[in-house]
Ligand binder design. Structure first.
Ligand code: AKB
Length: 332
């Protein structure tokens, strides 16, 4: 680490106050804008800064503060944290599972070197740091139904390896230096207004768009491939509730969170209750099918439920109803 500061010994700073000042990296991916909006409702527009290396659409600029931040540029990150009095950092920059396999060197740089910068920055500035992990942090030798919080993790993707590395580094720095590291293992996240981009679970978003546009979805996974999934608003709420949980309630620093598990055929059947003409054909893609077959089919999230009260609001039927309504509303 570059420099380590620990509460309460770092005298020149004040301890974090009730109202956090939040910086979100990788803010233009599937999750950043929605999380920023939910946080801004609670903490005020100016207290949540979204960042990325790309230029956002005008509507994102109009929602609240947006800045350029490259997770590979430590000085740039430090300047942002210091100048904006940041107290919470949400680190969303990462290459997902399928795109990571096609760009291993880039995935290693962003997911591992970028993470090291963020860990150092969090230690140096006494930040509360959230890093998402994933069902992808498990592998073929992990228990799959359900996967508990603590078990064998031998993922076979660079994405999975980088996420196990993040879990272990964060926990190590928590135990050694008191870093307030918090990590949730997300299932596949299903969202109407933002695209996932490069994951193995992306079909679960695309199928809704195809159902409403052409009525035909060609699925790159087999019809019976079961994976854990979650509605995006549950994912945001879990993240915020976990970030707000007092440290004394956390028996772990990395928790599974679950909501539902389904197969392509099951989600298609549920969509057909609204759109009976939906046709799905299956054309499994070797890379993504192999990845999906190595992941848990269900998550055991009992520790999250017990320690900080996690409870999902959306099951499969609520998710399908909401997705179809939200996509239709956006089109009109
Ligand atoms: C992916 O499919 O790579 C992600 C994930 C489950 O982490 N959506």
């Amino acid at each position: 680490p570059r420099q380590i500061n620990r509460w309460p010994s770092y005298e020149s700073s004040e301890p974090p106050t009730d109202c956090p000042r939040v910086l979100i990296t990788g803010g233009l991916g599937q999750l950043g804008v929605g999380l920023a909006q939910m946080l801004r409702k609670q903490y005020g527009k100016e207290n949540v800064i979204l960042s990325d290396i790309r230029r956002p659409p005008t509507e994102v600029y109009n929602m609240g503060p947006f800045v350029y931040a490259d997770v590979l540029d430590y000085k740039n990150l430090r300047e942002l944290v210091v100048n904006n009095r940041i107290t919470w950092l949400v680190h969303y920059s990462a290459l997902l599972s399928a795109i990571g396999e096609a760009n291993v060197a880039l995935a290693r740089t962003i997911n591992i070197t970028g993470l090291h910068n963020v860990l150092d920055l969090a230690l140096e500035n006494c930040l509360r740091l959230f890093v998402p992990s994933t069902i992808g942090a498990f592998g073929p030798s992990s228990p799959r139904d359900p996967a508990p919080d603590l078990c064998i993790q031998r993922p076979r993707t660079i994405y999975g390896v980088s996420k196990v590395h993040a879990e272990l580094m964060g926990e190590y720095l928590h135990h050694k230096y008191g870093l307030d590291f918090r990590c949730l293992r997300y299932p596949g996240v299903v969202s109407a207004h933002t695209k996932p981009g490069g994951g193995t679970t992306d079909y679960a978003v695309q199928i809704f768009h195809d159902a409403l546009s052409s009525g035909h979805h060609e699925c790159y996974l087999r019809s019976n491939t079961r994976l854990p999934m979650m509605h995006i608003s549950d994912c945001h709420r879990a993240t915020i509730e976990f970030m707000q949980a007092p440290e004394s309630q956390l028996s772990l620093r990395t928790y599974n969170i679950a909501a539902m598990s389904f197969t392509p055929e099951e989600v298609a059947e549920e969509i057909r209750k609204h759109l009976p003409y939906l046709r799905v054909t299956y054309n499994p893609d070797t890379i993504r099918q192999t990845i999906a077959d190595s992941w848990p089919v269900r998550f055991d999230d009992s520790n999250a439920r017990q320690d900080w009260g996690w409870k999902p609001a959306y099951g499969l039927s609520e998710l399908v109803t909401d997705m179809l309504a939200s996509i239709r509303e956006k089109k009109n």
